[in-house]
Design a protein around this ligand. Structure first.
Ligand code: AMP
Length: 154
């Protein structure tokens, strides 16, 4: 299978957030080629649950994993980070979503690509536009929800 360029969103809002993100990227780099990491963003939670701010990044990868294999890998990373999830949209040590996988459009039981909520979330669109501004129309970025502040690099 030839390699595909994909974008993943990583977020954490529990414990040593920055370390969870670093560890996840380090772990992933044994299976995929990490081409780029966005700036690090501090973002207010969306979804109505009262919880700590998130740290978010988007990474660009080259991978020979299929979309479902990549999802398995992302979910294994979440479990490995001892993700505790008591409330939907609530606090989590690590959340990894597949945003885009090449030009693929997928709508299956386990996987929807492009990620169904990515275009309304500023914590996704802003870091994605660091890496691939051509994929993020200005008007979508302006209309997206949430407060995000770049706080440096991971
Ligand atoms: P969450 O961790 O709350 O973002 O949601 C995880 C669930 O979303 C899992 O059951 C996945 O199978 C499903 N899912 C659907 N599309 C995606 C995607 N593009 N990236 C990650 N998870 C996805």
């Amino acid at each position: 299978m030839s390699a595909a360029r994909a974008f993943l969103s990583l977020g954490s809002n529990l414990g040593d957030k920055q370390q969870y993100l670093r560890d996840a990227i380090f772990e992933l780099s044994s299976d995929v080629t990490v081409l780029g990491v966005s700036r690090l963003y501090e973002t207010a939670p969306v979804g109505g649950v009262v919880q700590d701010d998130f740290l978010n990044v988007v990474i660009e990868i080259d991978t020979v994993l299929s979309p479902l294999e990549l999802l398995d890998r992302c979910q294994a990373l979440e479990s490995q980070a001892n993700r505790v999830r008591l409330v939907r949209f609530g606090p989590r040590t690590l959340d990894v979503d597949i945003l885009l996988y090449g030009d693929s459009a997928i709508d299956s039981e386990r996987l929807t690509i492009p990620h169904p909520r990515m275009f309304e979330r500023k914590f996704v669109l802003q870091p994605l536009s660091d890496l691939a501004p051509e994929l993020v129309p200005e008007e979508l970025l302006l209309a997206a929800l949430g407060d995000v502040v770049a706080i440096g690099m991971l």
